[in-house]
Design a binder for this molecule. Structure first.
Ligand code: AMP
Length: 364
């Protein structure tokens, strides 16, 4: 029998519950301080306690051997990317569900943009520091609507860290001065080492939407299994303070620290393009990152005032927003007459692949 395993955080509960429902043994590699939480759930068969999620602890020789001996298939999630180097993730000797090589394209923002452009997604323009004007020259820009990708918020840019940082350390700037002031703060906190650690993009005004897809290499179909939006602090709180009060509130920085996710359904007329975007993404990944997209992925962006979707990000693996739908979503219910979480969908794909002797199509 095969086992399905993962690291204890992010979406581990959903992944292992889905694996159990599909008849797999379940294994959790778990930080000691989180053991109490995960021991509450009876669908976890084996819990391997570790010091923390650094590679040398979470995937020591001994642990890799144990996973191997259990015929374990690992399901990667955001914590892998935020706690290990990409080379370390790639070197793990246990099979991954999905394409492990595409995680590098997710973690590196320049590669990420290339894949998104290849998929013909509308992406916000990336901006170099040299393009950020001085405070005197930029103030006239806010009224112009000359943006390449959308009706953006004048010349506002958003600076992001590489990797799955959960929005931590991101900041907004409108000219070189405001950029450098905030960059220097990150520098002094040790969150960046150089300007290369930041990726700058034009800020797009719109309603944020996270599209949760699954691609099956067995059926060669893209499924939309759910949609969510994130709750990010403090940016989602600032809108509740009127502009006048904001000026006097001492709020100088916005942050995009993800606190949770809430469900969302889209206008039905937008769904056709949602499917097409997913299909273009799968086709682009097949061209650029062999063997292409396998399993869960997410395209993330905003709908602007004209109902146009501008996407600033993708995740090439399961996202935590799928935790909303442990019991299925309105979209998964249209495809499956049973509760189908993303975690369960992964396990179903593994099971089908084992039954049809095509496991090599879904693991790397
Ligand atoms: P990301 O890590 O790229 O998903 O970004 C974290 C959050 O920053 C998103 O959930 C959005 O709220 C916001 N964000 C990122 N990029 C942009 C953008 N280009 N325009 C507007 N908001 C953005």
């Amino acid at each position: 029998m095969n086992a399905i395993g993962t690291l204890g955080s992010h979406c581990a509960l959903q992944v292992l519950k889905g694996a159990k429902d599909e008849g797999f043994k379940t294994i959790l590699v778990c930080e000691r301080r989180r053991e109490g939480l995960y021991r509450r759930f009876r669908f976890i068969d084996r819990l391997i306690p570790v010091e923390d999620y650094r590679f040398e602890h979470a995937f020591s020789e001994g642990i890799q051997n144990e996973l191997h001996d259990n015929n374990c298939i690992l399901v990667p999630h955001g914590t892998y990317i935020s706690s290990m180097k990409i080379e370390e993730i790639e070197s793990i000797r246990v099979p991954f569900f999905g394409n492990r090589w595409i995680l590098r394209w997710e973690a590196d923002r320049v590669m990420k943009e290339r894949l998104m452009l290849e998929a013909r997604l509308n992406v916000p323009r990336s901006v170099s520091i040299d393009e950020l004007g001085n405070s005197s020259s930029s103030s006239s820009g806010s009224g112009s609507s000359s943006s390449s990708s959308s009706k953006d918020a004048g010349r506002l840019v958003i600076a992001k860290l590489h990797g799955a940082a959960g929005g931590k350390g991101y900041f907004l700037a409108w000219d070189r001065e405001s950029f450098m002031a905030q960059y220097n703060k990150l520098l002094s906190k040790g969150m960046v080492k150089s300007l290369n650690d930041l990726y700058i993009q034009e800020y797009v005004l719109g309603v944020p939407v996270y599209l949760q897809y699954f691609y099956s290499p067995l059926s060669r179909e893209v499924e939309l299994l759910g949609i969510d939006r994130r709750y990010e602090s403090n940016v989602d709180a600032i809108g509740r303070v009127p502009a006048l009060q904001q000026e006097h509130s001492g709020i100088h920085e916005v942050s995009y620290n993800v606190v949770g996710n809430s469900p969302l359904v889209l206008r039905e007329s937008l769904l056709d393009e949602v499917y097409r975007m997913g299909e273009r993404f799968v086709a682009a990944a097949e061209r650029l990152v062999k063997p292409g997209m396998i399993g869960p992925f997410c395209i993330e962006g905003v709908y602007d005032q004209d109902g146009r979707f501008i996407s600033f990000e993708f995740s090439a693996r399961i996202v935590a927003g799928t935790n909303l739908y442990v019991n299925g979503s309105p979209y998964s219910y249209l495809l499956y007459d049973e509760p189908m979480s993303m975690g369960r969908r992964i396990a179903r794909e593994v099971r089908t692949a084992i039954e049809s002797r095509e496991l090599d199509k879904v693991v790397t």
